[in-house]
Design a protein around this ligand. Structure first.
Ligand code: URA
Length: 303
């Protein structure tokens, strides 16, 4: 912005006083925020173009037609008003995340999409923790968020609670490395990035990444989903109840997640802190095993 000389202490009579008045008017405009001179007079950019040779042409054509006894020519259409190109609007983060996830054609594409979703978690985490195991197994487990070990190694459930989970799943014949039908599983989290200090994910973080998880489910196309812990169960079932009320029975995921059968169970980190709750977790695992067996049974009467 330009600067003006300071106002004279006392206005002087004569041409100087006129200059002082002009300077005062200019200073007032600056105070109002005017900082650019455009033109002497206001310009109406929406007004019709001034009549010129081109504008006179239709009138002359009408007069010529009337003299020749012909119907007057139809007036030429007004050219469309010039449309100024708009700068592309930046989508809000959540809409952008949903659009990126929806456009992912496969798991590799979804992984790349997550890298592009703006989130402070992305800036504090070390590695993206996407998924592990057998996407074709028909069974998908979904936890909460990576912890320190997962963040370091870029794989879900590889720390202490992950090791407990692996042992529990092994006791019902499941192994994330197995490609045998009815024995393998695929595992991921609601959040792909570790929250700093392993804090509980915020609602905003969960809502940001929920469309990503739904797309993840749609791409893996499991026949059964297991939700590990309250964060996962409440986010996917859109439930208000806690995990102790939700667990122990099959639910249907919402329509946008394909209405798949989904079993909430206790998170292995909770079981490490509350070993007595392993009884309930064991009962949930047996329920899961029965469903997998029914699905893999060659006898159609047991399905
Ligand atoms: N807890 C989770 O919910 N996910 C992990 O990957 C590890 C611990």
């Amino acid at each position: 912005m330009s600067t003006l000389p300071p106002p004279p202490a006392t206005p002087q009579p004569g041409p100087d006083s006129e200059a002082a008045a002009l300077l005062a008017a200019l200073r007032l405009q600056l105070d109002w925020g005017v900082d650019e001179a455009l033109a002497e007079a206001p310009l109406d950019r929406l007004a019709a173009p001034p009549p010129g040779p081109a504008a006179a042409a239709p009138a002359m054509a009408a007069r010529d037609a009337a003299e020749a006894g012909a119907p007057p020519p139809r007036p030429a259409r007004r050219p469309p008003a010039a449309v100024l190109p708009l700068a592309p609007l930046a989508l809000p983060a959540a809409e952008n995340a949903a659009a990126l996830a929806a456009a992912a054609p496969d798991l590799a594409g979804l992984r790349a999409a997550i890298e592009r979703i703006e989130s402070p978690l992305r800036d504090t985490a070390t590695n993206l923790v996407f998924g592990d195991g057998q996407p074709e197994s028909g069974l998908m487990l979904i936890g909460e968020a990576p912890g320190g070990d997962e963040d370091r190694l870029g794989r879900p459930f590889v720390g202490v609670s992950g090791q407990l989970l692996d042992r529990m799943l092994a006791s019902i014949g499941l192994d994330r490395g197995s490609a045998t039908p009815g024995q393998g599983f695929y595992i991921t989290n609601i959040l792909p990035w570790r929250p700093p200090g392993n804090r509980t994910p915020t609602d905003a973080e969960i809502n940001l990444f929920l469309p990503v998880v739904l797309r993840h489910i749609a791409l893996v196309r499991p026949r059964h989903v297991v939700m590990l812990g309250g964060t996962s169960a409440k986010a996917l079932l859109r439930a208000k109840e806690g995990i102790t009320r939700l667990r122990g029975r099959w639910h249907a995921l919402p329509a946008e997640a394909g209405g798949l059968p989904a079993l909430p169970t206790l998170h292995p980190a909770y079981l490490l802190r509350n070993p007595a709750a392993k009884r309930e977790a064991w009962s949930d695992l047996l329920m899961l095993r029965r469903s997998l067996d029914r699905e893999n049974s060659p006898d159609p009467t047991t399905k």
